[in-house]
Design a protein around this ligand. Structure first.
Ligand code: UDX
Ligand code: ADP
Length: 467
């Protein structure tokens, strides 16, 4: 029996989505026991660490929420079977990377982890359950999950809901506390389906106004997630395309963004020019959308969305090319310091970060790169470059260095490139940095965050995007 009063929740996947989301649900619903399980024992250990600075994810405000709920009604465990068996509602928050092999390679979402979860649930479950898809999934995945579960043939009945995550990393806790909307997709045509949607609605209602909780059919919910990200990414690609035009014409992209964004129909958010968007969602979701459109013979629609990715690749190359051409067309043996490696500020996530691609191209041109990022570990930075598989590891190790101190990272550098918009970069002693650099001292501000006029007065040769 599916009840609408949930007492136990299990979430499979303790990553950037599952971790913060479950922490907030546990915080807001002290009477519900929330267990987050993961196959990665080290990750679970880190979630359970007494030292809250060692949580596996850096996210402002997360420590406080975990401190409040952990051990009370929030638990992290590697016992996936127990988690599944005991919960009435199971969230699937495992990763769905772009496929790197076979059919749909480079485009489609890899559903191997999701399918494994479904099979494990089918094996273990003895009582009816509500399954909630949290991971971003291609449209109609719920159907696949349902058929795996229903075909287990042990009489257990499942309701599958789609409840896509709209939190943005770096502001996840605030996004979860004050979401613009919560989307719940389910089968409203059956009593059980409606009951399942209502059960999840009741959870969010603890802290969200009811009118912000939207119930839709499953396909609308799944598709809305892809489309929301495609629209957001499209805005970034639009302004990045304009930044190239600004540089050729003498217009200033920030002035243009301000003027354009002042129109309420357009709005002022997501109009910051950058070296290109990154993150785990935008590229993956658009590729997914493009793949779906192509599979449905909607080639024109696929081409339209694909262009958003192409402009993003163009912007990453454009930034790199600008560095090389400004430095007299050669960066061979020159030290270029990166300030920032994460795909945006206030996160230690580096997935699809523009920094990775810019670094890779500069390494190809035989530059020496020295990275400083306040939250990303050295291991992660090397892993990101190794994963591209463009050159032997030994070669990378010689040319890439990571430093825990920005002044040390910039010492004797020929150039600094700002890749992430960390606030601390604005407050550095730039005079001191300048003095210790090689001259001319170049500064490539990929995020338009420094005061260019002041730094030019200091002596820097400054380039900013779209100016
Ligand atoms: C995004 C969506 O915002 C979120 O709703 C969804 O659930 C997951 O994907 P996220 O990837 O965490 O969230 O970060 P987001 O803030 O959207 O930024 C994505 C990328 O775009 C970053 O690299 C960011 O630096 C870049 N960006 C964003 C710009 O270059 N300019 C902007 O104006 C805004
Ligand atoms: P996201 O940004 O979507 O949260 P992450 O990669 O940060 O992605 O997190 C996904 C988590 O899911 C990882 O910690 C991974 O170990 C976990 N995971 C993947 N497959 C399974 C599985 N079958 N059972 C349990 N955990 C899984």
């Amino acid at each position: 029996m599916i009840t609408d009063t949930i007492k136990k929740i299990c979430c499979i996947g303790a990553g950037y989505v599952g971790g913060p989301t479950m922490a907030v649900i546990a915080q807001k619903c002290p009477d519900i026991e929330v267990t987050v399980v993961d196959i990665n024992a080290r990750r679970i250990e880190a979630w359970n660490d007494d030292d809250l600075n060692k949580l596996p994810i850096y996210e402002p405000g997360l420590k406080e929420v975990v401190a409040e709920a952990r051990g009370r009604n929030l638990f992290f465990s590697t016992d996936i079977e127990k988690g599944i068996r005991e919960a009435e509602m199971i969230f699937i928050s495992v990763n769905t990377p772009t496929k790197t092999y076979g059919k749909g390679k480079g485009m489609a979402a890899d559903l191997v982890y999701v399918e494994r979860c479904a099979r494990q649930i089918a094996e273990v479950a003895k009582e009816d359950k509500i399954i909630v898809e949290k991971s971003t999934l291609p449209v109609r995945t719920a159907q696949a999950i349902k058929s795996i579960l229903d075909d287990a043939g042990n009489g257990v009945r499942y309701q599958i809901l789609s409840n896509p995550e709209f939190l943005s990393e770096g502001t996840a806790i605030n996004d979860l506390h004050n979401a613009d909307r919560v989307l719940i997709g389910g089968d409203g045509s059956t009593v059980e389906g409606q009951a399942a949607m209502d059960a999840l609605t009741k959870i969010y209602e603890r802290w969200m106004p009811r009118e912000k909780i939207l119930q839709t059919n499953v396909w609308s919910s799944e598709l809305s997630k892809l489309i929301a990200n495609a629209f957001l990414a499209q805005r970034v690609s639009s302004i990045n395309a304009v930044s190239a035009l600004c540089e050729k014409t003498g217009a200033n992209v920030e002035e243009v963004a301000k003027a354009v964004g002042a129109d309420k129909r357009i709005g002022d958010k997501f109009l910051k020019a950058s070296p290109g968007f990154g993150g785990s969602c935008f590229k993956k979701d658009i590729l997914n959308l493009v793949y779906i459109c192509r599979s449905l013979n909607l080639d024109e629609v696929a081409d339209y969305w694909e262009q958003v990715i192409m402009i993003n690749d163009y912007q990453k190359h454009r930034f790199t090319d600008k560095i090389i051409s400004t430095m007299y067309d050669t960066v061979t043996d020159k030290k270029i310091t990166f300030f920032g490696w994460a795909f945006k500020k206030d996160t230690n996530d580096t997935r699809e970060s523009a920094a990775i691609y810019v670094a890779d191209k500069l390494l190809e041109d035989k530059a020496n790169i020295h990275v400083y990022d306040p939250k990303v570990s050295e291991t992660q930075i090397f892993k990101d470059i190794f994963d591209l598989d463009t050159r032997p590891h030994e070669e990378t190790k010689k040319a890439l260095k990571v430093s825990k101190n920005p002044y040390e990272a910039a010492d004797k550098a020929h150039a600094i490139a700002i890749l992430t918009e960390w606030d601390e970069f604005k407050t550095y002693d730039w005079q001191r940095i300048y003095e210790n650099m090689q001259k001319p001292a170049f500064l490539f501000d990929g995020r338009n965050i420094v005061d260019a006029r002041e730094l030019k007065d200091t002596g820097f040769k400054v380039y900013q995007i779209g100016k």
